[in-house]
Write a protein that binds this ligand. Structure first.
Ligand code: FAD
Length: 423
């Protein structure tokens, strides 16, 4: 088979590996070219339950069950000023195609390596330690990539090119498609700790989110093993700039800021270096073109408050592969033929984006809605990643209306909590 018969996938993270899996299952030869050699560290460790459906479809669920990842049965949130918690369990809202009551917390180094190996097992050719330098075009049609192999630049032809390069956004940057999010400019500092007080036995394996009393501030607590816990502090980047200190000082300045977070971290001991993430909310103006598609973070990234990233990465790969396989069968992988994928992905990610925007616009609203009999299921559906193919999302309409009422009233008890996010 000549190189031109292959689909080239740039990047072997969750989006690239999942794309490889679905294409191989459909009988489409593909090669994943990854710049790093796995295992490689990566932020993003807690998975929403919609990922489980895709693990099942690509035959990866037995690996998730047998590799000892911490099972995630739910989520808990803690208020900024007082102690206390409110939560959810995944079993409250059974999802179509999901036959278990838990998802997983993952060490991304191990998870990504296993998923890449799985793609290889299903038929992808995997080349690691090989950075792709550029996508090659004939006019405006993608015809392959140029990569550095053993120090030499090599041109590799392809039927189609999939950019799954994550926040490196290789093709988006090259084609100047990247638009920074107009509102969100978050900054995160994270590390792994031992001896975190994970709370009550019943919910110690939940993801815990602590609201912090600072602009768009929150902290995550994600169990990675029985003893190691990932802790990250997130806030508006301006908060970091104002402090003018080191990431360590910044992280530590938040430890005492909320009572439950202070309790969790009282005896915690850090076991690896702090890492920082910034500038991570953006969207590309296009996700497809003649012979190319963007999947996962290479297409769009929204704030990680609800752990949506890996779910969106895998979903985008699934939808992109469906559209591409149909296009290849018809002999048409023009921009027009690939656009249904873009429409579908934008629709779902826009739901996440609006949910996140409304959440930040009025933090107490989230508490009110998740504790409301009427709206709880609508909120859970979103939190479990059911955002695609939705004609309407009544819970978001209700949230918007609620916010309008608060905005119009001079005396509403939540008035002081309105943030400047445009909802
Ligand atoms: P990536 O995982 O980044 O994979 C891209 C791959 O491409 C990498 O392996 C990279 O080495 C490779 N690559 C890059 N450039 C090239 C090149 N030129 N040539 C070849 N290979 C290349 N998501 C969750 O689901 N849960 C969470 O709890 C969560 N927390 C987060 C917290 C923070 C602070 C941030 C910033 C993100 C978080 N995310 C979370 C999001 C998650 O990290 C991403 O959405 C997810 O990794 C996207 O997968 P991807 O495959 O698109 O990209």
């Amino acid at each position: 088979m000549s190189g031109e018969d292959r689909v080239i996938i740039i990047g072997g993270g969750p989006a690239g590996s999942t794309m490889g899996c679905y294409l191989s299952k459909a009988g489409v030869p593909n090669t994943i070219i990854e710049s790093a050699v796995h295992p490689r560290p990566h932020v993003g460790e807690s998975l929403v339950t919609s990922t489980t459906r895709m693990f099942d479809e690509i035959g990866f669920l037995p690996t998730m069950e047998s590799e000892g990842f911490v099972k995630k049965f739910g989520a808990a949130w803690h208020p900024p000023q007082k102690t206390g918690t409110f939560g959810m369990e995944f079993r409250e809202f059974p999802q179509p195609g999901v036959h278990q009551d838990h998802s997983y917390h993952v060490d991304r180094a191990k998870f990504d390596m296993l998923l890449l190996k799985h793609a290889e097992k299903l038929g992808s050719t995997v080349i690691q330690g090989t950075p792709v330098n550029e996508v090659r075009f004939d006019g405006d049609r993608a015809v392959g990539v140029a990569a550095t192999v053993a120090g030499q630049k090599v041109n590799i032809p392809a039927r189609a090119v999939i950019d799954a390069s994550g926040r490196k956004t290789l093709l988006g940057r090259h084609l100047d498609l990247k638009e920074k999010d107009p509102v969100f400019d978050q900054f995160a500092v994270h590390a792994w700790f031992e001896n975190v007080d994970k709370g009550e036995a019943a919910d110690e394996d939940y993801i815990h989110i602590y609201f912090l009393p600072t602009k768009r501030g929150w902290a995550w607590q994600i169990p990675i093993t029985e003893t190691v816990t990932s802790i990250g502090v997130v806030a508006e980047r301006s908060v970091f700039k104002e402090m003018g200190g080191s990431v360590e000082a910044w992280f530590e300045s938040h430890l005492e800021s909320a009572p439950d977070f202070a309790r969790a971290m009282k005896n915690a001991r850090r076991v690896n270096d702090f890492k920082r993430e910034a500038d991570y909310s953006y969207a590309m103006t296009r996700f497809v073109g003649n012979g190319w598609m963007l999947v996962g973070d290479a297409a769009r990234f929204v704030d990680p408050i609800f752990s949506s990233g890996v779910s969106v990465a895998m979903s985008s790969a699934k939808f992109a592969s469906q559209t591409l396989v149909e296009g290849l069968a018809r002999g048409d992988i023009s921009e027009a033929a690939l656009t249904p994928y873009e429409t579908k992905l934008r629709g779902g990610v826009n739901v996440w984006y609006e949910f996140i925007s409304l959440y930040y616009r009025l933090l107490p609203l989230f508490t009110v809605f998740i504790n409301s009999k009427k709206h709880r299921q609508g909120v859970l559906e979103l939190l479990q990643g059911e955002v695609f193919d939705r004609e309407d999302v009544p819970v978001l309409d209700a949230m918007r209306k609620y916010i309008e009422t608060v905005e119009k009233s001079d005396s509403h008890v939540f008035k002081a909590y309105l943030d400047d996010v445009a909802a």
